[in-house]
Design a protein around this ligand. Structure first.
Ligand code: ADP
Length: 397
């Protein structure tokens, strides 16, 4: 059983072909600059040479999907000999609105909902739908599954997902907290429960997904009860380039002072803020650490703010769940940056968190990093969104 996983962004398409017999990646790659000049594809087959940044015309996502399939079938760099070997396609879809709390096999209704949610995910949902329709055209017999980034968070209670705005905006425009990275939060919280031997039906887990985009979730008895991202991924933590939480009046203030539109300011909050904006150095934590170590005060401030915001969210989720059994770190920073993990945990003595410094030094592998007498278990649980999408796809077909 082979499953193709597609993740269509506004101008990119990432793919992996996964053999579900042993969950191995047969090939992976990325198409970039779709719809622009200089579009290119990189293809990395397992066990042989692929190619990097090969210039190919990609006027739209359909052309990109066609190039991906050509690469997978290619005599030299390919990994399958017939398109029929692809048993299903799993699509990462950003926004499922309030409609889906699970992944679902694509049909006309599902496509209508993805279209209805264009306003909520204006950069991603149109690309996701084009990816689905391109696959339908190129491989009409192959089942397609939509795996929504928002789905896992649909179990949040109303008190957690509502904003205190006039109720009519919720009714008219469905303005509320949705949350993102749901595939990762689902995968990591479930794995944390298994790995630590917790009783799922009596468990309180906080998942810290710390990548370029970053979010926390509170997962009680296997279900999400709160998460830090909101209507869009801008809410919550200080991120690589996103501001996270701030007083909404800041938007008006910057717009007036800099003579910019609201859209311009939102662009600044999404792309030029976060640790990049504060440090002026980089959004990459390896660069920030190097700068902070060599005495750059703004890089130090950026790291302190990143950690402090996470610590405040952990405290609020421990309060919301009336306790916490385990904290899991995942994604690029969560899996690799032992300094950030140690800095976060250094605030959590009041919860009874104690870190084992030697274990915390290990990077990128599943590991318990709390000391044996820590009241709360702390673990590193690598996420794998593509594999999670492939597993959910397999389960549905
Ligand atoms: P996304 O999928 O949101 O783009 P990732 O989960 O891949 O993000 O995480 C990317 C981030 O992980 C990088 O920006 C970098 O800051 C951080 N990162 C990756 N490797 C390391 C490392 N060895 N040490 C510290 N940070 C790292």
């Amino acid at each position: 059983m082979k499953i193709l996983v597609l993740n269509c962004g506004s101008s990119s398409l990432k793919y992996q072909l996964i053999d579900m017999e042993n969950e191995s990646v047969l090939a992976k790659g990325i198409c970039e600059k779709i719809g622009m000049d200089g579009s290119m594809i990189s293809h990395n087959p397992s066990g042989k040479e692929g190619f990097k940044n090969r210039q190919e015309a990609m006027p739209d996502h359909k052309a990109a999907v066609k190039l991906v399939i050509d690469a997978l079938l290619d005599k030299e760099v390919g990994v399958i000999s017939d398109m029929k070997e692809i048993d299903a396609v799993g699509h990462r879809v950003l926004h499922g609105g309030k409609y889906y709390s699970e992944s679902i096999v694509v049909n006309e209704d599902v496509k209508r909902v993805i279209r209805e949610c264009f306003d909520l995910g204006p950069l991603h949902n149109p690309a996701n739908l084009i990816g689905i329709e391109a696959c339908e055209a190129l491989m009409p017999e192959t089942p397609q599954v939509a795996v929504f980034d928002t789905a896992f968070h649909q179990t949040m209670p109303q008190k957690a997902f509502m904003y205190a705005l006039p109720y009519e905006y919720y009714e008219k425009y469905a303005i509320r907290k949705y949350g993102f990275h749901g595939t990762s939060h689902r995968f990591v919280s479930a794995r944390t429960i298994d790995f630590l031997g917790l009783d799922k039906n009596n468990s309180k887990v906080i998942v810290c997904h710390l990548g370029n985009g970053a979010s926390l979730s509170a997962v009680q008895n296997g279900k999400c009860v709160d998460t830090s991202m909101g209507l869009t991924p801008l809410e919550g933590l200080v991120m690589g380039t996103r501001s996270g939480d701030l007083d909404p009046a800041v938007v008006q203030y910057i717009a007036n002072k800099e003579n910019r539109s609201v859209d311009d300011v939102l662009n600044i909050l999404n792309k030029k803020s976060g640790v990049l904006g504060i440090s002026g150095v980089s959004s990459d934590f390896r660069d920030l650490d190097a700068a902070a170590t060599s005495g750059n005060e703004r890089a130090k401030a950026a790291l302190d703010m990143f950690v402090y915001r996470i610590v405040k969210y952990i405290g609020s989720y421990a309060a919301a769940m009336n306790g916490v059994d385990a904290i899991a770190f995942t994604a690029g920073i969560g899996e690799n940056d032992s300094k950030v993990r140690a800095a976060i945990c250094s605030y959590l003595g009041y919860l009874g968190v104690k870190i084992d410094e030697e274990q915390n030094k290990l990077r990128g592998k599943e590991n318990v990093i709390s000391a044996p007498d820590s009241k709360v278990k702390v673990a590193v649980i690598p996420t794998n969104e593509e594999l999670a999408i492939a597993r959910e796809t397999l389960a549905l077909i």
